[in-house]
Design a protein around this ligand. Sequence first.
Ligand code: SAH
Ligand code: AVI
Length: 330
Amino acid sequence: VSEATRDDRVVLRRAPSSRDALALMAAEVREGLSARPLPFLPSKYFYDDRGSALFDEITRLPEYYPTRTEEGILEAVADQVARVTRPREVVELGSGTGRKIRRLLAATARATVRCVLFDVNETFLTDSCRRLARDFPGLEVNGIVGDFTHDLDCLGPGGGRLVVFFAGTIGNLHPDEAVPAFLVRLARQLAPGDAFLVGVDLVKDEARLHAAYNDAAGVTARFNLNILRVVNDRLGADFDLTAFEHVAFYDRARAWIEMRVRARRATRVRIPRADVDLALGEGDEIRTEISAKYTRGTLEARLPGSGLRLEQWLTDADELFALALLRRIA
Ligand code: SAH
Ligand code: AVI
């Protein structure tokens, strides 16, 4: 990790992938857009400042139940989680506005001396670190700008550590390909007995899932199309946003929501910096996100070989969402 910057009690560090971020982005965008039959864009590129603000707006939509449901579960279980983990250090992956961790820190109280927020969005990360430091005097606050699929080793060796991963963001990793590798890497940063608290959105009624990703106010559509604007801004691409529309549907066989952008008419995209020249016909699609939905069984099926075991499965009364408390096996 390089380029530590310190202000007051906040130390901000940049992980390797954020040092050469544009070169990495060009390579990832080139790879994704050359995939066939379905080109894709990595969903971490939703989250420039506009995208992160749009996600925050999504969390308040009437159709988007995950955030308020997870907050309700957290409210009910925070004291219990604090009691059984008693972490010296709490790490939040994909921390965004950093709002949820406050409930946990209030419960872990004096046991916790350090809090580490980890996110790709440097602006949101800096702001949330500063606000935490202001509101939790005595707490050492670190921020890591990085990609949690590449840079977890920046956390250093575990011991007295609780890692939290809220929002169901683990669902944005491919369940068969990315999740097993992610869990192995994460477990390496935990000492035996350290804990991992992960939020998962649950398999449920399809109409409810569909509505959550096709809200009436069109915020999710703006969030989805924003990824094209991010590629334009950062890589000098010429995506014509008016040529695309938002698509989100539930794939029952794979138990995931898939978001795509669909060309309303034939269009062409050039990205000289990524060596991309892509011709799309009317109706052609680019996948922008998967959001996998789990059951207790399908989550537990990911654990063998990871070094983690399920200790508690904490859900709301309607079983819309779950917090899984996992423990690093000795
Ligand atoms: N934890 C917050 C925000 C969830 S949104 C909440 O519960 O509401 C997902 C967050 O993960 C965003 O802040 C986004 O910037 C971050 N993120 C997405 N992909 C990432 C990646 N590969 N590495 C690090 N952060 C990522
Ligand atoms: C961050 N993540 C858990 C959200 C989700 O539901 O998969 C991102 C999102 N995509 C569309 N709406 C919200």
